[in-house]
Design a protein. Structure first.
Length: 186
């Protein structure tokens, strides 16, 4: 991707009241969930599109309804930061998210591949691992939705998911066959 392309940004500037005290945490979590980055204290940025604009408008209304102040601006530049610096910040944050997921996928893959010593993987444990994989997959999808500038670790995270999924399916097939064979023998 060329860095000389001009980008449009949507900015949210807010001031939160001291109470309710949980408003800061709720606002921070929502900003994080949207994939925004902080460019200055209480100034957050997203690449401009209809969805990001709507997301910031909703959050602005939520802040104001809780007694805070918020404003949303559209800009073609952000003073004090180049487009490249902003894009690099987005990629850095998404890479951190992907690294956390990769570790989760790799840990789950190892647990599926190598059950505790002397034990085989039970159907119940396999079901638990499938549920864990489902949660990690949902997280991967959400992070991918906020990966506006294609962070380098995205492909590795997707590959780690696929590897884990294949390991789970291989074990499920093996356990199902073993269960059927032992059922046939009785």
């Amino acid at each position: 991707m060329k860095m000389d392309k001009k980008h449009e940004w949507i900015l949210l500037v807010h001031q939160l009241p001291p109470k309710p005290s949980n408003l800061r945490v709720r606002t921070w979590r929502r900003l994080r969930s949207l994939g925004s980055i902080s460019v200055k204290n209480a100034v957050y940025v997203l690449p401009f599109n209809e969805k990001t604009s709507e997301d910031f408008q909703w959050l602005s209304q939520e802040i104001e309804s809780s007694g805070g102040e918020a404003a949303v601006f559209r800009a073609d530049s952000v003073e004090g930061a180049t487009d490249k610096e902003i894009i690099d910040s987005f990629r850095t944050l998404r890479n951190e998210d992907y690294a956390r997921l990769i570790a989760g996928f790799e840990g789950l893959t190892a647990a599926v591949r190598e059950p505790k010593k002397g034990r085989s993987l039970s159907i119940a444990k396999l079901t638990q691992y499938e549920a864990e994989l489902g949660k990690l997959r949902q997280e991967l999808e959400h992070i991918s939705e906020t990966d506006f500038f294609h962070a380098p670790k995205r492909k590795k995270a997707e590959a780690a998911f696929e590897k884990c999924l294949k390991q789970l399916h291989a074990n499920k097939t093996r356990i199902t066959r073993a269960s059927e064979e032992s059922g046939d023998a009785t």
